[in-house]
Design a binder for this molecule. Structure first.
Ligand code: NAD
Length: 492
């Protein structure tokens, strides 16, 4: 594999070895084997990356670039990614265990649409003329970029998360320092190689790699003006504290324990398909995985039967094989964490009616867990409350819709929710009452660059995608112009 080598970090348009020379191994989760090494960037490496981003923001071609040109630049990025979709998909498959065919399709389709969407918006960032109630004044607002923004990403979908952040940040006129997860950094580094085709100004996008210490050095750097973070609640809390010291605004896209409400009049086959598709294909490693089913007690047994019947034939294995339905858990610490959560659910008295253990697909020696179904789950159990981020579905029988809504909201998380019912009016009433950033009705898992995503409660704050996602990367300036200049005596 050509990209399986020692990588440098990328800043100012060129590659650099880490000052301390420290490297970490990146593992192929399908075979549990190291396949590449990435730098651990220390404070001086981070400072170099921020300096490059600051220089690109303050002078040079990007600083003077017209908004329409910024849009063209984003469109060139989309083209470069599409042209190199096979290479990027292969790396994301090897490094993070993502489906190879799924990634190829996404990288030539909806995933790169984000660049096109924000390319189109770059020259449509409008201010307003404000009717400030003051005589002889023209008051208007402008939306201006922050400067250098830090984009810190999770391991489950490194490219998707990076694209969403970068596209909006650049459209708004910022320069970027990306820090991917230490568990899956290679695709973000390969992306920098691929974007050489897009003729980007040096320093516009920089990548530093490493773990929490590298992230902390970046957030604390005085020239970083905004932090956009995707990760877990613990990481998000730490990042928000660090950013508070620097008085930097933060966008937090955190975890979830998203409920699937199956109402008494649901189309059960539709619901079962949506529920299975809403968790198992990425082995539960999606922030919006619908991991908690709240089903009317009358439908419970039939729903469990249908979910089991749909899941049983799923082929678990090598994500580069187009026949594979479910790939590996992306890294070993997380594999062990998911297994611990399964054991905890068993100890707590939930009934494991499917899966519940690691599996060894033919030709693979990595980290695989069978799709797992728990029934007899009560709302107080950890499996009903805590994000597992693995192929683990907890099913809770409820008395009625009111209890389903109550339990849906009885969570520290509020990222997404699904509602399954034949009654659209009822669905809309319930959607209004669910505390979640995204509510799906008779569908699950969709996303579009036009539609904002983000969390309620501990699932985070701020939004990505859509016009809101663009606005999050800009700040308002209010300009006052005297139309009849005359100042009163200051001390009259
Ligand atoms: P994580 O919080 O452990 O790490 C995320 C990133 O933050 C990594 O790059 C990591 O190195 C960095 N980091 C961690 N602690 C830090 C600290 N103290 N200071 C600075 N940087 C720090 O999360 P993860 O395990 O990589 O990802 C899984 C989590 O991400 C899950 O909870 C999942 O739900 C969430 N996620 C959310 C979304 C969303 O859009 N809401 C999308 C994908 C994943």
């Amino acid at each position: 594999m050509t990209d399986g080598h020692d990588w440098d970090y990328f800043t100012g348009g060129t590659w650099h070895s880490p000052a301390e020379g420290e490297m970490i191994e990146s593992f192929d989760p399908t075979h549990a084997k190291p396949w590449a090494r990435v730098p651990v960037c220390g404070a001086s490496d981070v400072a170099r990356a921020v300096a490059s981003a600051q220089a690109a923001f303050a002078d040079g071609p990007f600083a003077d670039m017209r908004a329409t040109e910024r849009g063209r630049l984003l469109a060139r990025m989309a083209t470069a990614v599409r042209r190199n979709a096979d290479r990027l998909a292969q790396v994301e498959c090897t490094d993070a265990g993502k489906s190879l065919s799924g990634m190829k399709e996404a990288l030539t389709g909806w995933l790169t649409d984000s660049f096109d969407y924000y390319a189109g918006l770059a020259d449509k960032i409008e201010g307003a003329v404000i009717p400030a109630d003051v005589p002889n004044i023209l008051n208007y607002t402008r939306r201006e970029p922050f400067g250098v923004v830090a984009c810190i990403t999770a391991w489950n979908s490194p490219l998707l998360i990076a694209f969403w952040k970068m596209a909006a940040a650049i459209a708004a006129g910022n320069t970027v320092v990306l820090k991917p997860s230490e568990f899956a950094s290679v695709s973000t580094l390969v992306l920098m190689d691929v974007l050489a085709d897009a003729d980007l100004p040096a320093g516009l996008i920089n990548v530093v790699t490493g773990g929490a210490d590298t992230g902390a050095a970046l957030i604390k750097h005085p020239d970083v003006r905004l932090v956009s973070f995707t990760g877990g609640v613990a990481g998000g809390r730490a990042v928000a504290k660090q950013a508070a010291e620097a008085i930097s605004p933060v966008i937090l896209e955190l975890g979830g324990k998203s409920p699937q409400l199956v109402l008494v009049d649901a189309d059960l086959e539709l619901a079962a398909r949506g529920i299975v598709g809403g968790i198992f294909p990425p082995a539960g490693q999606s922030c919006i995985a619908g991991s908690r089913v709240l089903v009317h007690k009358r439908l419970h047994d039939e729903l469990v039967e249908r979910i089991s019947a749909l899941t049983r034939p799923a082929r678990i294995g090598d994500p580069s094989d187009p026949q594979t339905h479910i790939g590996p858990i992306s890294n070993q610490p997380h594999f062990e964490r998911v297994l611990r959560a399964i054991e905890q659910a068993k100890r707590d008295g939930a009934s494991c009616v499917m899966g519940g253990k690691p599996v060894n697909p033919e030709g693979c020696s990595g980290w695989f867990i069978a799709p797992t179904l728990f029934t007899n789950v009560t709302p107080d159990m950890a499996v009903a409350r805590e994000e597992v981020f693995g192929p683990v579905l907890a099913i809770i029988a409820v008395e009625d819709d009111a209890e389903a809504v109550h339990l849906a909201n009885a969570s520290e998380y509020g990222l997404a929710a699904g509602i399954w019912t034949r009654d659209s009016a009822r669905a809309i009433q319930i959607a209004d009452r669910i505390g979640a950033g995204t509510v799906y009705i008779n569908t699950y898992f969709g996303s579009a660059p036009q539609s904002p995503v983000g969390g309620f409660r501990q699932s985070g704050y701020g939004r990505e995608n859509g016009i809101e996602g663009l606005m999050a990367f800009s700040q308002t300036k209010s300009v006052w112009l005297a139309t009849r200049p005359q100042q009163p005596e200051p001390f009259a």
